[in-house]
Ligand binder design. Structure first.
Ligand code: SF4
Ligand code: SF4
Length: 332
């Protein structure tokens, strides 16, 4: 792996694609630790807002409505009609500038902590998967194993759970588009009267199901335009998840009761095993890193275990880290 770092060969390929172009499936180990606990609380708040917002009304109107069909938009209780579109366009332009500036300062924190794709994938669907199929290694064994009763039961349970959750999410998105009252009416009235809406709902449910069952991290690493722009949005002052290359190298196994003469990285690969995008953070800042911070928790646990200082992998405000002699990445 170190040879890989020196050559920089990891930069020539996507971590989840092999030489023949076939996808390498990621079975991340269950994350745990202080930052993951914090993420759980952020997720609870996030989901409360996401699922609760369509039910909040101001003067009888929903506080948020993006009714593309009737070209009626309500943002924070303020109605925008098609003739107000220029305000909407200015708002969008301001929003895009904000996103760019936010990224320059805070890096990809949004991706790991607030993007619906990551929140739903890592904090809802992945949790269900762990609950039904077990930790990463168990999932891999199940995947490679024969289609026996155990595998069929677990797989079918997972598909049903994923489908139901996708259906709930699709309904919530529909609430943002047509409003809760309209959705309520749709459910109560005869099926034939809302055939189009039901077909839309089925399509959205299928898309979500497919994304969370199969596409997963590929959305962040291959499809999402925001993710693809990271290379030009980050600068030397951006907050990133980084491995302290100077402190960690030369990496080597930990031997109890032996004086350590090499770097602090004990080459346990725990940071790699928990990564939901399948990368090795020790290779430096990479396009695939969504700043989920799972590797920080994993590394801190190992450092604790062997009695070395924490934060070998951590959130680094790089310029400050460099002044302190930390945050040195490959090639620096
Ligand atoms: S490298 Fe670390 S922060 Fe980045 S995606 Fe992987 S686990 Fe998350
Ligand atoms: S978890 Fe920490 S010690 Fe283990 S391989 Fe990763 S960086 Fe090295």
């Amino acid at each position: 792996m170190e040879g890989n770092v020196k050559e920089g060969s990891f930069r020539d390929k996507v971590a989840t694609v092999d030489k023949s172009g076939k996808r390498i499936w990621v079975y991340p180990q269950m994350p745990e630790g202080r930052l993951h606990d914090l993420r759980k609380w952020v997720t609870v708040l996030y989901l409360l807002v996401f699922f609760g917002l369509p039910f909040i009304k101001v003067n009888g109107q929903p506080i948020f409505l993006i009714n593309v069909l009737q070209r009626k938009f309500i943002l924070f209780g303020q109605i925008f009609w098609p003739q107000d579109f220029f305000i909407f366009a200015i708002g969008m332009a301001v929003f895009i500038v904000f996103i760019a500036l936010f990224t320059v300062v805070f890096g990809r924190v949004f991706c790991g902590w607030a993007c619906p794709q990551t929140v739903f994938m890592e904090m809802l669907f992945r949790k269900i998967e762990y609950w039904i199929e077990g930790n990463g290694v168990e999932q891999k064994i199940l995947d490679k194993g024969p289609w026996n009763t155990d595998k069929i039961t677990k797989r079918v349970s997972k598909w049903i759970a994923f489908w139901l959750l996708s259906f709930i999410i699709a309904n919530t998105f529909l609430e943002y588009i047509i409003g809760v009252d309209e959705l309520d009416k749709m459910i109560r009235e005869p099926f034939a009267m809302h055939l189009g809406s039901f077909i839309t709902l089925a399509v959205f449910t299928t898309v979500f199901f497919f994304v969370y069952l199969w596409m997963r991290e590929q959305v962040c690493t291959v499809i999402c335009p925001y993710g693809r722009m990271q290379g030009v949005l980050l600068d030397r002052d951006s907050v990133i998840v980084a491995y302290d290359y100077k402190r960690g190298e030369e990496r080597g196994k930990f031997h109890k009761n032996e004086e350590r003469t090499i770097g602090d990285c004990i080459d346990c690969a725990q940071c790699v095993k928990v990564c939901p995008t399948g990368i090795d953070i020790r290779n430096g800042t990479q396009l695939e890193c969504i700043n989920c911070s799972a590797c920080i928790d994993a590394c801190n646990k190992m450092m604790d275990g062997v009695g070395l200082p924490k934060a070998l992998s951590g959130m680094h405000l790089k310029i400050i880290s460099l002044k302190k002699g930390h945050g040195n990445l490959p090639g620096e």
